[in-house]
Design a protein around this ligand. Structure first.
Ligand SMILES: Nc1ncnc2c1ncn2[C@@H]1O[C@H](COP(=O)(O)OP(=O)(O)O)[C@@H](O)[C@H]1O
Ligand SMILES: [Mg+2]
Length: 269
């Protein structure tokens, strides 16, 4: 059973850093918000890149996801509106770096985030909640997976794209067996695709062999505008709507919605 009937909670996970998790969280969320979906991004990485990318200043991060997790402030204090209509964020501050150790000392180590969600039905006003995970398979990621309906896996089109993926899949399986039997794979996204580079094509083939239909058809190209946008505190879709990266994330959002709407139809049938 989902935590909330009309809200899909999605973890964006890969224990490798620099594969496009945060970029995907920020820009997929923005693209969905722009078609009137109500979206929340939870920045679950102490580096706080999703918060920065969504234009949240450091002084707005005192009521961050860490303090919500340890019940030092309320959900209403934690949720920040962004400049984008329909898109809110619960930011992260560096305080979150203490959470790995603190979680290891509490009784329900992997269920803390889920308990917070359950105590705050206000979260059910969102259509989609994306949890931008840190680059590790520690307690933060386990908490995210335990709370989620599905997991989205960005893979960078580089030689070692699939390295460590079996470890991630084992972790997902353990979560399914122990705390969240309903956790599904939302899909695999190929990021930083370079069509001039044969390697990108080879990685695409490999990943499709491994994950089949789970791989999104939309490829996210390597595009310098995507990497410039965060330093302006903006999703690339606002920074440069026409660039290839923006258009790819808009297409990804369309593909995501089609898949989800088909799934819902299947559920009803
Ligand atoms: N499609 C892309 N084209 C160019 N640069 C990208 C692209 N996607 C991400 N980047 C850049 O690569 C770096 C890592 O991306 P990020 O989304 O932060 O990865 P992660 O969250 O997995 O660590 C960032 O500097 C980001 O701006
Ligand atoms: Mg990140």
């Amino acid at each position: 059973m989902s935590l909330f009937q009309n809200t899909k909670i999605i973890s964006i996970t890969n224990q490798k850093g620099g594969v496009g998790k945060t970029t995907t969280a920020v820009n997929l969320a923005t693209a969905l918000a722009s078609v009137n979906k109500k979206v929340l991004v939870i920045d679950f990485d102490p580096q706080g890149n999703a918060s920065t990318g969504l234009g949240i200043e450091n002084n707005e991060r005192t009521c961050d996801i860490y303090s919500l997790l340890f019940e030092k402030n309320s959900i209403n204090q934690s949720i920040k509106n962004t400049k984008i209509k329909n898109l809110d964020v619960i930011p992260a501050s560096i305080d979150l770096s203490a959470a790995e150790i603190e979680l290891s000392n509490v009784p329900e180590k992997t269920l803390k985030l889920k308990n917070i969600f359950q105590q705050n039905p206000v979260l059910s006003k969102y259509d989609y909640i994306f949890i931008d995970c840190p680059p590790a398979l520690g307690y933060l990621t386990l908490n995210a997976l335990a709370t989620s309906d599905s997991v989205m896996i960005p893979l960078q089109c580089e030689f070692f794209a699939l390295e460590g993926v079996s470890h991630l899949m084992n972790t997902i399986q353990l979560v399914q067996q122990n705390v969240n039997p309903n956790l599904q794979i939302e899909g695999v996204i190929l990021t930083m695709y370079d069509k001039r580079n044969k390697l990108s094509e080879l990685v695409e083939k490999d990943v499709k062999n491994c994950f089949g239909e789970f791989v999104f058809n939309t490829l996210i190209p390597r595009n310098v505008r995507v990497s410039e946008a965060p330093s302006h505190g903006k999703p690339v879709i606002l920074y440069d709507f026409d660039c290839a990266g923006s258009q790819a994330y808009i297409n990804l959002a369309a593909e995501f919605l089609t898949r989800n709407e088909n799934n819902n139809l299947r559920k009803v049938a």
